[in-house]
Write a protein that binds this ligand. Structure first.
Ligand code: EPU
Length: 344
């Protein structure tokens, strides 16, 4: 275990916010993770667990212990129909996608280039281009900070939803994910439902072609966090009633929405934000990305507070304009723990 005396978190969050913490621990295996997290909990020291730091906004210095999850390992077994993977939380998500592709275990390509670690993937049920983590998940193992026990939930118990899971709800602040179990069908069934993938023909498409297409599409729209700090989509696409959607359509015929069922429609928040004139708008060091209005960026030395103020401004304007309430996707942390956007 590496307990760091240099406590900067700037390289540990993809938004690139420059804040410190009281104690920084790099935990390299499961034993170290459990020990570090339970020590902080027993001593009643505020605890922040970081994977890739790609879905977190730090608004100020953290007055507690930050544990960086660095456990590595991928174990593959197979049965007649599927490859079963046990993956430690500290593995990088995109590296896992590449590992699977290189070892002829396709399935995850639609989720290529999503920043962050494997342990963070179940929390917000990462998703893109018609696929999400839940589709491949068998189980999730976590440390319960209240009982000190390691627990395993099967996929249905994780209550996965659109960018949602039990780890953002009932187990919020209580679970530290240690490993996940994934299942990849041996019979590859490409998911070609989304935009640019529709050009492919099922008979001739290969996993590598899907992977390359996803990487190109993401690189065109989404800023590389190594170049421009960001946390991916800052807002969820809001789900509204069909009646409200039809009323909005009357007023804004080009509004973008996807009918989910006979009662509900998911709106493209990027469209709402762009239509409200926010594209490129800056606040302090934060800005709305020019290529994709759903992404807030660290344009120049932004603080987490700049980013949250810009987000609050967007939420208020969208509510006034469209009577739609945007929900924030990343987790927001203050000095001693998680906060809601209105209190950040
Ligand atoms: N749009 C605009 N202006 C914008 C952005 C989008 O008008 O500035 C409209 C466009 O019409 C576009 C539509 O919104 O066709 C949808 O945009 P896009 O296809 O880029 O997807 P999204 O809904 O903005 C979601 C996920 C992304 C994921 C993509 C692709 C959420 C909150 N975001 O974005 O996930 O990569 O679909 O599947 O669901 C993330 O969660 O961090 C993330 C990047």
């Amino acid at each position: 275990m590496d307990t760091n005396i240099y406590h900067s978190l700037v390289k540990l969050n993809t938004l690139g916010v420059d804040v410190n913490c009281d104690q920084l621990i790099h935990a390299c295996d499961r034993k170290q993770i459990v020990e570090a997290c339970l020590n902080a909990t027993c001593d009643k020291v505020p605890l922040l667990v970081l994977g890739g730091g790609s879905n977190i906004v730090l608004t100020t210095n953290f007055e507690g212990t930050v544990v960086v999850i660095g456990s590595k390992g991928i174990i593959v077994t197979e049965d007649a129909t599927a490859y079963r993977l046990v993956v430690e939380a500290g593995e990088n998500w995109h590296d896992l996608v590449v590992f699977c592709l290189e070892n002829k275990m396709p399935g995850l390509e639609n989720l290529a280039l999503i920043p962050g670690s494997v342990g963070a993937a179940p929390i917000q049920n990462i998703g893109a281009y018609g696929a999400d983590f839940a589709q491949y998940c068998d189980w999730v193992e976590y440390l319960d900070l209240e009982t000190g026990l390691c627990q395993r939930l099967n996929a249905s118990e994780c209550l996965f939803g659109y960018r949602d899971s039990i780890f953002k709800q009932a187990l919020k602040q209580r679970a530290v994910i240690l490993s996940v179990g994934l299942s990849l069908d041996k019979q590859w069934n490409p998911n070609l439902s989304y935009g640019p993938l529709r050009e492919f023909k099922r008979e001739s498409v290969s996993p590598q072609m899907v992977f390359d297409c996803i990487c190109t599409t993401r690189q065109q729209k989404l800023p590389d966090p190594k170049v421009l700090g960001n946390v991916g989509s800052f807002f969820k696409n809001p789900i509204i009633s069909l009646e409200q959607y039809e009323a909005l359509q009357q007023q804004y015929p080009d509004i973008v929405g996807y009918v989910i069922n006979e009662r509900e429609v998911k709106l493209a928040a990027g469209w709402l934000i762009e239509r409200s004139g926010f594209k490129g708008m800056t606040h302090g060091g934060a800005a709305v990305h020019l290529n994709q209005a759903l992404v807030l960026i660290n344009k120049s030395h932004a603080t987490g507070y700049d980013v949250c103020q810009l987000a609050r401004h967007i939420i208020a304007k969208i509510r006034n304009h469209f009577m739609v309430t945007l929900e924030v996707e990343p987790r927001i942390f203050g000095a001693t723990g998680q906060k809601e956007i209105n209190d950040a």
